[in-house]
Design a binder for this molecule. Structure first.
Ligand code: BG6
Length: 290
């Protein structure tokens, strides 16, 4: 564990040379580099690195509320709290050449007054060659049922947002946050970007591809237990209005999230929910040769 701006940080490495950095603050992955030491996640040039602000970039955890759908602060409180190393993690299946860390956020006395009351939120982060896997779990440790919405917000680093294509969301229904959350059906063959986008795609397939032409890199997002996927880019005007985002930063970022939003997850006392996402990269030439 190292320190960055006073924030405790864990560094994961694996034999081919890729690495990931994780903060206890927010349980947030803030860096993932491939074996050529190229950064794969976006981090804002103007990110605030001070609690209680959330950090603009990496993979923030949105819990127990995505967006402003409930009474809590936007995207919930998990991204603004100090997590701990989990001393009681579930067993890790044996795997070669993989490094991992288990984090936990437990409800405070104060949380017991409001839903979701007593909870334990765990996050396992595993790094292996070319792949970053995140496994979130939420356990109800209360005597009452509760419900929550959830997202792993993946800020992906792209070379030029105007050249990016997202495949796997065509023909799906989505809720458009820019149109009062109205429901639409996607008509395009692939999602491309020429302005602000803020959509919750519903019941998506387990695999989504984010194709970054210029860098000839394709991200593959595979997910379980998180049926929805948010696609967000603030574009120029909104970027300018955000104090923790550089004016030009919107060109090199794209959020494609793994989420459970439309149907909140309901947990009875002592029940546990588990999700999983795998982010991997393949070069475009490999893809087109399939
Ligand atoms: C999106 C919201 O999901 O997240 C936007 O629909 C919001 O309204 C964006 O601007 C980023 O949210 P935040 O809280 O990280 O600034």
């Amino acid at each position: 564990i190292h320190d960055k701006d006073g924030l405790p940080k864990i560094i994961l490495t694996e034999p081919t040379g890729s690495s990931a950095e994780v903060l206890l603050y927010g349980g947030q992955v803030i860096s993932w580099k491939n074996e050529r030491r190229e950064e794969l996640l976006f981090m804002s040039s103007k990110a605030f690195w001070k609690p209680p602000k959330a950090i603009r970039g990496g993979i923030p955890v949105c819990f127990p509320q995505f967006g402003n759908l409930g009474s809590l602060e936007q995207h919930g409180f998990a991204r603004n709290r100090m997590w701990s190393l989990d001393n009681d993690p579930s067993p890790l299946p044996p795997a070669n050449n993989q490094s991992s860390v288990d984090l936990v956020l437990k409800s405070t006395e104060e949380d017991l007054k409001t839903s979701p009351r007593g909870f334990e939120l765990r996050l396992r982060i595993c790094l292996s060659a070319g792949k970053l896997t995140l496994i979130p779990r939420v356990r109800n440790v209360d005597s009452k049922s509760f419900s929550f919405t959830f997202a792993l917000r993946n800020y992906l680093s792209v070379s030029d947002i105007s050249e990016v294509r997202v495949e796997g969301l065509e023909t799906l229904d989505y809720l458009d946050n820019l149109m009062r959350k109205e429901r639409f059906t996607e008509q395009a063959d692939a999602i491309t970007f020429d302005g602000e986008m803020d959509r919750v795609y519903l019941s998506t397939p387990t695999k989504i591809a984010i194709i970054d032409h210029e860098k000839k890199r394709t991200f593959e997002l595979r997910k379980d237990g998180m049926p929805d996927s948010v696609v967000w880019n603030p574009w120029d005007k909104k970027a300018k209005a955000m104090p923790d985002l550089g004016d030009e930063d919107y060109k090199t970022m794209l959020c494609v999230d793994s989420a459970a939003i439309e149907t909140p997850i309901i947990l009875k006392p002592f029940e546990e929910w588990k999700g999983r996402q795998e982010l991997s990269t393949v070069s475009s030439s490999y893809c087109s040769g399939q």
